[in-house]
Ligand binder design. Sequence first.
Ligand code: AHM
Ligand code: MG
Length: 335
Amino acid sequence: MPIGTTLTQFIIEEQRRIAGATGDFTALLNDLATSIKVISNAVNKGALIGVMGTLESENVQGETQKKLDVITNDIMLRHNEWAGHLAGMASEEMDEVYAIPGQYPLGKYLLVFDPLDGSSNVDINISVGTIFSILRAPVANRAAGTEDFLQPGVKQVCAGYALYGSSTMLVLTTGHGVNGFTLDREVGEFLLTHPNMRIPEDTKEFAINTSNRRFWEAPVQRYVEECLAGKEGPRGKDFNMRWVASMVAEVHRILTRGGIFMYPRDTKDPAKPGKLRLLYEANPMSMIVEQAGGASSTGYERILDIQPEGLHQRVAVILGSKNEVEVVVEYHRTA
Ligand code: AHM
Ligand code: MG
C-alpha cells in the first residue's frame, strides 16, 4: 500500500483479504490506535500535566510504579473495554486478568499489553513504548480466565508496539510482514511511513546491559567477549554497542538498521529466568522480529514456541538479525 495510507484504510484493506472477517478485528485495532494516541499525548506533555515521577505502590512483580505506568494502564483499559471485541485483558501492571465490566458485551479476542515499557526512562525524557499482543479467546463471548491467556506466541493474531520517540510510531504485524506508521499530530492519524520493514540478516551492533556481565552464562560471556575483541578477535570485525534500557527503542533500531538485543538468562536472581516477560514483551516482539526476517530465541529454544505457565512469566530474550542470533544459539548448543 502506498506511503501515506492511513492506518484505518490499511487495516480495512487487510481485513478484505481474510475470508469471513467480520470487522471485529479492524474495530479492535482502531480502538488500540486511539489508546496509543492518548498515551502519546500524556507522555509528550509530561511535566506540563503533572504525570512524571514515581508512586508509593509496587506492581505485582515488586517493581516501583511510575505515575505514568498507572495512567497509561488505565487508558488502555478504558479505550478497549467497551466495544465488545474482547473477552478479557491482561497487563504488566495488573496482578490478575482484567474482566470486562458487566455493562459491556464480550467478544472473541484477548488483549495483553505492557502499557509503558521502559518507564524508568520517562523522567529523563528518553523513548518509551507500549507493547501489545492479540490472541483469539479459546471460547468467544465468555469472560476469559488466566488459562485462556496461556497460549504460545505462535498463536498470536497480531502483535505491535508504539514508540514514543522523537516521533510517535505504531509498528504492527498480523502475520503478513511488518508495517510502520507515524502519527501525524495535525491530522490526528497514523500514516504508513515504513512499509514492509525487514531486518538485515547480518549486523555489527549489539545491545546488552553489561552491568550484569558477572551473572551471565558462558555462551553469552563468550559471544560478548568476541564482539569486544573486534577485528583482531575470532569474529574478524569491529562491533558497536547500544543500550537504551527501553526494549521498544532497541527493537525499533534493530528493525531499522539491524542488530542484536539480549536480556539473557543470568544468575542474579535464580528465581527469575530472565528479566523480560513472555506474554506482553517477549512474544509480541518475537512475532514482529520473525515477521521482519529476524530471529528470536532464549538461547535454548524459539520464544514463540514456549508454552506459557503464568501471566507474568519471565524469559531470556535474544533477538534481532538472523545470522547473529544464530551465532549465539550455536554457542548455547555447543557450550
Ligand atoms: P519495564 O517493563 O519495567 O519497563 O522493564 C522492561 C525494560 C525493557 O524495556 C528494557 O529492555 C529493560 O527493562 C532494561 O533493563 P535494565 O534496567 O536492566 O537495563
Ligand atoms: Mg515492560
